[in-house]
Ligand binder design. Structure first.
Ligand code: HEM
Length: 484
């Protein structure tokens, strides 16, 4: 009896400790953060137990989908109310800075470009990459987009090795080949309807598979297809939150499917590596190759990097290509300008790197497309420790939400013609178009985690040109990468 009492006592203690933790996470902390921000004049949709704002976001998005399922009569580029109706609505009620909730996680949306610069340019590791929710993590894994610290530095260096300027130039012929194949297919489709997003998905899988997976590009294509399926499942479920821990007991059909896909992708990458290893051992090849798969990193990292580059590289490029063609289809004058420029530069020749750099009109068109239809519409950072941003005191663990799409459609930044397609805005470059405001145009992000970087010579560089058949730097050329 005593023993039973003891057991019951322990169980009660255990249960009450779990309950206390849950209540702290799901109720006490959100309420405290909400109060702390309200005392500084920051409001937003009130926290709702467990779900936060996700149900409201889901409902607003669903309403838009119901309303807009027929062909559009007048195409408008004012797309924020369609793509992110919650941001549009809450901005009207609470202004450009407000607090909202992804489950019990607090998010602070900031559209003030001075605050955006301060947060994204941070080098003190105060604003870091947060853990991505469930299925998004399954897609990105622990790859370059999501990691922090030493692992991030190593991965960024590795990506630079695989995708530096010269190696990108070397990829152009593979890209040209794939485009030829696409154009050949399109010859049979003249005057017929072509769905561009699907077409580009196929061609980009082909290009990325050839360039990142080298000779294994057919297997690469299968991997990309599975990643595509995983992406669809992830976005379908992004705002459908479940009770914490429930997935360990009962999985939805989407969770079962995404687990299966995650495993199949891993097996497929391992299969390619295994084949290479066998060829190497049999003396059929001399090394692992120079493509992304040839870099010797751990298997887990390799799988995660492949996934990351699919999402970061393919989805974005597909998006920008499709929207550019969409805009050119309805702005025929710019279509003609672009065609004329390409014909002037290349004539009947295939595109090459030098020529591509001369395409000024095409560049203006792409920039204006990136402004109106940016492929990445939000970036987020986690506040690692209590910090002052502008004149706001932010508690730790709050997530900053930088709404790229909203900033790109802000009339206070871009003027009253903000929703019009006007590539001429960029005729004198990005700095002029944005009035030197680096946070007004962020299609590639900003700061150390942005999509581009520049480089300076390392202090360790030893200047010793030497001749080994051709002239080369004896000790290599070490550079340090800096974000642009
Ligand atoms: C139009 C095309 C693209 C757009 C609009 C785009 C956009 C972005 C943005 C906004 C970020 C910053 C994310 C953040 O701050 O949290 C980013 C980062 C990144 N992008 Fe891109 N991207 C594009 C193409 C590509 C391609 C082709 C690749 C790969 C070949 C790529 C690889 C990456 C990677 C690895 C990162 C993470 C960098 C880091 O965290 O250090 N992106 N991209």
């Amino acid at each position: 009896m005593d023993f039973l009492g003891f057991l019951l006592g322990i169980s009660a203690l255990f249960l009450s400790s779990i309950l206390t933790k849950l209540l702290h996470k799901l109720w006490w902390r959100p309420i405290r953060v909400q109060r702390a921000m309200a005392s500084q004049g920051i409001n937003g949709p009130p926290y709702k137990f467990i779900h936060g704002s996700t149900k409201e976001i889901f409902k607003l998005k669903e309403d838009v989908m119901m309303k807009t399922n027929g062909p559009m009569k007048n195409v408008s580029h004012e797309i924020l109310p369609i793509v992110e109706p919650h941001i549009h609505q809450w901005n009207k009620i609470y202004g450009g800075i407000y607090l909202y909730w992804y489950g019990p996680q607090a998010l602070l949306l900031i559209s003030d470009t001075e605050l955006v610069k301060e947060a994204l340019n941070d080098r003190d590791k105060t604003y870091v990459k947060p853990e991505f929710p469930g299925d998004i993590k399954k897609i990105l894994g622990d790859g370059l987009v999501s990691t922090e610290g030493k692992k991030w530095t190593r991965q960024r260096r590795l990506a630079h090795l695989a995708f530096h300027g010269e190696s990108l130039k070397g990829m152009i012929p593979a890209m040209v080949d794939s485009v030829h194949m696409l154009l050949k297919r399109w010859q049979n489709l003249e005057a017929k309807e072509v769905e561009l997003f699907e077409e580009f998905t196929a061609i980009l899988s082909e290009v990325i598979s050839r360039t990142a997976f080298g000779s294994s590009y057919i297997e690469g294509r299968d991997i990309f297809q599975m990643l595509g399926e995983l992406t669809i499942i992830a976005s379908r479920n992004l705002f459908k939150l479940r009770l914490p821990g429930i997935s360990k007991i009962w999985k939805t059909s989407d969770e079962i499917k995404s687990d299966r896909l995650e495993k199949a992708i891993r097996d497929a990458v391992l299969g390619i590596i295994d084949k290479r290893e066998k060829k190497l051992n049999a003396g059929e090849i001399d090394d692992y190759g120079n493509d992304f798969l040839g870099k010797r990193i751990t298997i887990n990292d390799l799988v995660d990097e492949c996934k990351t580059f699919y999402l970061a590289g393919q989805e974005t490029t597909n998006s920008i290509l499709t929207w550019t063609l969409f805009l050119l289809a309805i702005h025929k004058n710019w279509q003609e300008e672009a065609r004329k420029e390409v014909a002037d530069v290349f004539g009947d020749e295939d595109p090459n790197h030098e020529g591509i750099m001369k395409l000024k009109t095409v560049e203006m068109i792409i920039n204006e497309t990136l402004r109106l239809y940016p492929p990445v519409i939000n970036v987020i950072r986690k506040v690692e420790r209590q910090v002052t941003l502008g004149n706001l005191l932010l508690p730790p663990d709050i997530i900053l939400h930088i709404p790229i799409l909203k900033i790109h459609h802000d009339p206070r930044i871009w003027g009253d013609d903000v929703h019009l397609f006007k590539p001429e805005r960029f005729s004198e470059g990005i700095a002029k178009a944005t009035n030197n405001n680096a946070a007004a145009f962020l299609p590639f992000g900003l700061g150390p985690r942005s999509c581009r970087y520049s480089f300076t010579l390392s202090p360790d560089y030893i200047h010793l040109p030497t001749q080994i058949l051709a002239m080369r730097p004896q000790h290599g050329v070490k550079v340090i990468l800096h974000p642009l």
